[in-house]
Structure formats: C-alpha cells, structure tokens
Design a protein around this ligand. Structure first.
Ligand code: KG4
Ligand code: ZN
Length: 338
C-alpha cells in the first residue's frame, strides 16, 4: 500500500511516498529556515506564505521521484495538528482537495505520532516501547502501546527542550536554531564549567521543567555583561546541553524501570542531538535495553514519517472527510474521530 504523506506544521513543506509504512520511495522537503534565521525564530506569516508557494511543486516532485502517479497512490495522509495554524491549514487544504479530486481516502496524522513513526522508516522496531519525544514544541515521555495507542507518562510543564535550547542559543548569540548551534559548539566546551539546577516535582517523577535552566543561561550572560566580562560561550553551551540531556534522561530511565520497558526510542528534532544519543546509548547498554533512534535525515520535520504513521492509522480505521480541520494544539493520546 502506497501512502502520500504531506507535512506543513512549521517551516518545512514536505511530501513523501512510503510503501506499507516502512519503505521510503521518496522524501521531498522545502524549507523556509534561511528566511527565519534573519529574525531569530520562525515567523508564522512567512512560513504560511512559503508553504502556499511550495506545496504543489513539492507534492509533484514526491510523486515523480517515487515513480508513481496520483492514481497509483492508495491514500493521502496529512499532519492536521499540532503546529502553526496558518501553516497546518495549507497542508490540510491541499490534502483534502487532492484526496477529493483523486477519490482517495484521507488520513489525519498527529505530528508527534509522526515523529515516533520516523523510527519505523529505517529500523525493525515495533510497539510496545517507551519513547522520548523531544521537539521544538514538546517534551514527552510516551508509552507507545501499539501503533495507534499511546499514553503520556511525563511531559514538560513549561518550555519544551528544543524551545529552551533555541532561546538559550539566541541569548548566547548563536545562529538559529539554537539547538543545532549548541550541539556543534558544545564539542569545544567544558561541560562542568557552569552549574545548573535539576528541577523536580513532588507530584510526578516523570514531568520536566526547562524554563529555569534557560533563565539560568540568561542570568549567567547578563551577570557577565554587567561586570564588563564576556561569558565563555562553548563552556556555557556545553554545561547547559549537559543539564538538559541529564534532566531528560533521569526521568526517561526512571520511567523505563518503573513501567518495565526494555525497548527505548528517541523521536523529534532534538533526537538529532549528539549528546542525547550518546548518553541514551550508555543507559541502554548498562541495562541491556534495546535502543532505536531515527536516522538523522528523519529526526527533523519530514513527510515520510507522516506517511508511515498514516499507514498504521489507516489500518486501525482512521479516516477523515472534507470537514477535516487543522488544530494548533492537540494531545498526542487523542485519537481522531470524525
Ligand atoms: O521536530 P522539529 O524539527 O520541529 C518541531 O516539531 O518542533 O524540532 C525542532 C527542534 C528545534 O528546537 C531545534 O533546535 C531542535 O529541534 N534540534 C536540535 C538539534 N537539531 C534540531 N536540538 C539539539 N541538537 C540538535 N542536533
Ligand atoms: Zn516536528
């Protein structure tokens, strides 16, 4: 079964064709990242406009490079939530029109479920497993019970890990996105040079808080400025990245032990982080657990992951009609119902 996936939740306009949820036949991405760099973050209006300009060409290219016509596609899967509403609407409206015109089933896909599915594109992993979903907008520990049944074990109560990395990167004067810049520059720094708190909650051992860590970076930079000194950017980056990764993994390891999961998975843009990948591998080795991480090309936003999750949603009976809407927020554990 060939599924055409469409993704436009943030600044990537993407389309892909995936066979039976696992085999990528094409994966096309157009990004407006370079334009957003000028502003230090994604500008929603610019992102929506670029999606509208690129989407038909990107979909055409995805079909062409997969060597198939619209008629040979079995269904259209599209990200309908969560994300920037103006961006999501471009993909949703395009997918609705295409599905209607070509008389194909339409499958709505939750963006974060798509990130989890990025692991199905290159690995043999199957649920159940425990997944750390870390992106620009979310940080969740998710029990993936089946391809379409997920339960949130822990979540951030304020900033997402990626958001904290991006904001800290901006304070440190590093290019957007800060997460990528901090990953790179941290190799040159001393990760024990600066101290960071490890926030804990009395009522949950699995929830996260990253805003305090981010504020600590801002304070270190401002204090140095007030004294007329300059902060050591590689050292502060490395120490902050260590703190973020330590926080993520303390709770993730605890959740795996408490809930008895022996298969661990990373997903989302931040899963490209070299320290996070290395440290998760160490934990898995220590316990004899199996670790799956997405290939670097599937860590960030792409449509192959949407087509993959779309396949499993389709098998479970999920369908949308032309009344499908886009939603800026939507819990990952909520299944789609018309
Ligand atoms: O999943 P994603 O592409 O978009 C969202 O769904 O949010 O994630 C984007 C986030 C950004 O915060 C970016 O800084 C972060 O992923 N990111 C990284 C790395 N690559 C991307 N963070 C740390 N290290 C990286 N190598
Ligand atoms: Zn994403």
């Amino acid at each position: 079964m060939k599924i055409l996936g469409i993704e436009s939740s943030c600044d990537e306009t993407a389309a892909a064709v995936v066979e039976n949820g696992r085999k990528v036949l094409s994966n096309i991405i157009a990004t407006s990242l370079e334009e957003h760099k000028l502003y230090g973050g994604v500008v929603p209006e610019i992102a929506s406009r670029r999606h509208a300009e690129s989407i038909s060409g990107v979909v055409e290219e995805a079909l062409k490079s997969a060597g198939c016509t619209v008629d040979e596609i079995d269904a259209v899967a599209v990200t309908y939530a969560p994300g920037l509403i103006g961006s999501l609407l471009v993909g949703v409206n395009f997918a609705k029109s295409l599905a209607l015109a070509a008389d194909k089933p339409l499958i709505p896909v939750h963006h974060l479920r798509g990130h989890i599915a990025s692991n199905y594109l290159t690995g043999a992993i199957e649920p159940p497993f425990l997944c750390l979903v870390v992106s620009g907008g979310h940080s969740h520990i998710v029990a993936v019970k089946s391809y379409t049944e997920v339960e949130i074990i822990g979540r951030t109560r304020d900033d997402a890990a990626g958001e904290a990395l991006d904001k800290a990167g901006r304070t440190l004067g590093l290019p957007y996105p800060g997460g990528v810049s901090i990953d790179k520059i941290s190799f040159e720094g001393n990760d024990t040079a600066f101290e960071f708190p490890h926030p804990k909650f009395a009522d949950s051992e699995y929830d996260y808080s990253f805003s305090g860590l981010k504020t600590k970076v801002i304070n270190y930079v401002h204090n140095a400025e007030q004294k007329g000194e300059s902060v050591n950017v590689p050292d502060l980056s490395a120490s902050f990245q260590k703190a973020v990764v330590d926080c993520l993994l303390i709770n993730f390891e605890k959740a795996a032990e408490d809930f008895g999961y022996k298969k661990l998975v990373l997903a989302g843009g931040v899963s490209a982080n070299s320290r996070l990948r290395k440290e998760t591998e160490k934990i898995c080795k220590k316990h004899g657990w199996e670790l799956t991480v997405p290939e670097p090309e599937y860590c960030g936003d792409n449509a192959a992951m949407i087509a993959s999750q779309g396949y499993y949603e389709f098998l479970s009976g999920v369908r949308a009609d032309e009344s499908l809407n886009a939603y800026a927020t939507m819990p990952i554990d909520k299944s789609y119902h018309i």
